[in-house]
Design a protein around this ligand. Structure first.
Ligand SMILES: [Mg+2]
Length: 323
């Protein structure tokens, strides 16, 4: 057996397949060793610390406790609907300590990405003001967000849609007003291979509890545009390592002394692993223990790459383990 990437995954040389082990449940026996193993925490927000506007099980107290031990905390979210400044207000209201510099959202990273490329044209935006305000912060021009409704006669769009020659990038984030004319505009701009194509994230769904409804995520919108454009977007959100690169560059982080906490295997945990971080899955959001067990049992090495090093029912449970 040969160790590969994740210490929980072993390569069986005979069969060429990987064999995975269950992540370790944090308990009173291993909590001290775990807490001593890192200085910096990156944590996801939706499904880890809050669900909508509700704090999940003492997550604010748990993070304050970790701060009291001297740990640095960064909030890393794929949600593109708020700017860092707007997030800072929400954190304060819900009892979290957070400065703007500690909040890294997909919209912020997208704007930094364009700035680093010295982009000086205009951005066609499918999204919300969370995106346009971050573009304003780096002085990049953009189209306005909001409804772009489809006329009764779709064919009439052929005459009514006029492309702006200034547009040099298409950015796609969450947009409750997503519509047929928006796919048409975006894919028409993207017919020019020089036009940049950026997505904030490809999350399939939002974590919504106590509902029988599916709340589609940004991924559903991005895939629509990709299909019509016949191009793939550059994704700045997790699991892409771009977010870590932005935080690491500004704060000089050591990946060996950094952990990633998240509620989703295919974004948070995969992101942590892509960046060489220790990973902690909490079961208060999208990924359930049954999912983890099925990934362990699977022959598919891609499923194994979604497995964390540790898991806990909720982040607040840390408080029970250190009593
Ligand atoms: Mg989440």
């Amino acid at each position: 057996m040969l160790r590969v990437h994740n210490p929980l995954i072993f390569l069986n040389r005979m069969s060429g397949t990987t064999v995975a082990q269950m992540p370790q449940l944090l308990d009173k026996g291993n909590i001290k060793k775990f807490l001593d193993s890192f200085d910096t925490i990156l944590t996801d927000c939706d499904g880890v610390i809050w669900a909508g506007d509700e704090v999940i099980d003492r997550s604010n107290e748990a993070l304050n406790y970790l701060r009291s031990l001297g740990k640095k905390v960064f909030y890393v979210t794929n949600n593109s609907t708020k700017t860092r400044k707007e997030y800072a207000t929400k954190f304060g209201t819900l009892g979290f300590t957070a400065s703007q510099e500690e909040i890294v959202g997909a919209s912020y990273v997208m704007a930094q990405y364009l700035k680093q490329k010295q982009f000086n044209k205009k951005v066609y935006v499918i999204g919300t003001s969370g995106i346009t305000r971050e573009l304003d912060n780096v002085n990049i021009k953009h189209t306005e967000v909001g409804p772009d409704p489809c006329p009764e006669n779709v064919i009439s769009l052929r005459d009514s849609i006029h492309l702006d020659p200034e547009v040099g990038a298409v950015v796609v984030g969450f947009d409750g007003h997503f519509s047929f004319p928006k796919i048409m505009r975006a894919s028409s701009y993207l017919a020019n291979p020089d036009v940049l194509f950026i997505a904030t994230n490809t999350d399939e769904r939002f974590p919504v509890s106590n509902m029988n409804l599916v709340f589609p995520g940004t991924g559903a919108i991005v895939r629509s545009v990709e299909t019509a454009a016949e191009r793939k977007a550059v994704v700045v959100g997790k699991p892409s390592p771009l977010m870590y690169e932005v935080i690491s560059k500004e704060n000089n982080l050591d990946p060996k002394r950094t952990i990633m906490i998240g509620d989703r295997g295919n974004t948070d945990i995969l992101f942590g692993r892509n960046c060489g971080l220790t990973t902690l899955l909490v079961l208060s959001g999208v990924t359930a223990l049954e999912d983890v067990k099925s990934w362990v049992a699977s022959d598919d090495s891609e499923k194994h790459s979604l497995l964390s090093d540790y898991y806990l029912p909720t982040l607040g449970n840390i408080l029970d383990l250190v009593k």
